[in-house]
Write a protein that binds this ligand. Structure first.
Ligand code: RIB
Length: 292
């Protein structure tokens, strides 16, 4: 971390338009149920995490990704920029933007289907993107873009002294070479189970456990932080909010960063949608102060 400037966080990942349907009960296969509402909300794990990093800190956050040339693209760009995320390198490519069909039930739980669209075109990195990764303090990635691109970015980050935080979601088997370049892995308990022993090699491991909080395991030992009690409306984007806020606060040390991120993630569950529910720095600080 460069001591005489604010941290620079590069987020490489997806940006999607979320098609959010709310319903009391999710339909069984072959069944039709009546919904209670519908909204278009910008999302995507990459964009959500970039927005959370920027809103929770005011640090410099640069988003590396792609939108299509469709009707959703302008709104996806606008939400990132209005949240304080740098979009100077966000590509526009021919074809549709990424979309996610999301169903949220009465208990706030969701099911999501993502169609990659423009995100799937990120098969190589430009010189300008590589330059931002090399200059960043943290590179933050997920797995909604092609894995070889994530691996190339992590390799470049490691070669240039940039710390790599990976949220391996959606969980899938990854090349050893990618894991070797990851400094911090952030997973939920389901992903931790799926990835199993692979995670043993990572220096810093963070496991989120929803309402139960989050655990940390690293060179300094193990710790657990609780999650504040909140009224859950929709859990969509809560893990992304946790991860983005964690990346932005990492320089304060794992324990403080986890407490900050847990509060941010919990607040994100109190509103509908992904980017629409990501809290600002002042709200996280107030909620954290209220807990102590
Ligand atoms: O993690 C939540 C996100 O997953 C949604 O915003 C959706 O776009 C999918 O990427």
């Amino acid at each position: 971390m460069c001591p005489d400037r604010a941290p620079l966080i590069a987020v490489l990942g997806s940006v999607n338009m979320d098609l959010v349907t709310t319903t009391e009960r999710r339909p069984a296969p072959g069944e039709t149920v009546l919904g209670t509402g519908f909204r278009l909300v910008p999302g995507g794990k990459g964009a959500n995490q970039a927005i959370a990093a920027a809103r929770s800190s005011g640090h410099t956050v640069e988003f590396l990704g792609a939108v299509g040339d469709d009707l959703f693209a302008a709104e996806l760009r606008r939400v990132l920029a209005d949240s304080g995320v740098g979009t100077g390198l966000l590509r526009t490519v021919a074809g549709p933007s990424g979309v996610a069909a999301i169903v949220v039930d009465g208990s706030g739980e969701n099911s999501i289907i993502v169609v990659g669209g423009a995100n799937a075109t990120l098969t190589t990195l430009t010189a300008a993107e590589l330059d931002v990764i090399a200059k960043a303090d943290i590179l933050l990635c997920q797995l909604e873009i092609p894995v070889p691109t994530v691996a190339a970015a992590a390799r470049h980050a490691r070669a240039n002294g940039t710390m790599v935080m990976l949220n391996p979601s959606p969980a899938q088997p990854l090349p050893d070479e990618l894991w070797a370049n990851v400094d911090i892995a952030v997973v939920n308990s389901g992903e931790a189970e799926q990835l199993g022993g692979t995670l043993d090699k990572v220096t810093h491991l963070v496991i989120t456990q929803g309402a139960a909080g989050a655990t940390y395991r690293g060179p300094g030992g193990e710790s657990q932080v609780p999650s504040p009690r909140v009224e859950v409306v929709d859990t969509t984007g809560a893990g992304d909010t946790f991860t983005g806020a964690l990346a932005a606060a990492w320089h304060r040390g794992p324990e403080r960063a986890l407490a900050w991120a847990s509060t941010a993630g919990a607040l994100a569950t109190t509103k509908l949608g992904a980017s629409s529910s990501i809290p600002a720095r002042a709200d996280i600080a107030a909620a954290l102060a209220g807990e102590q």
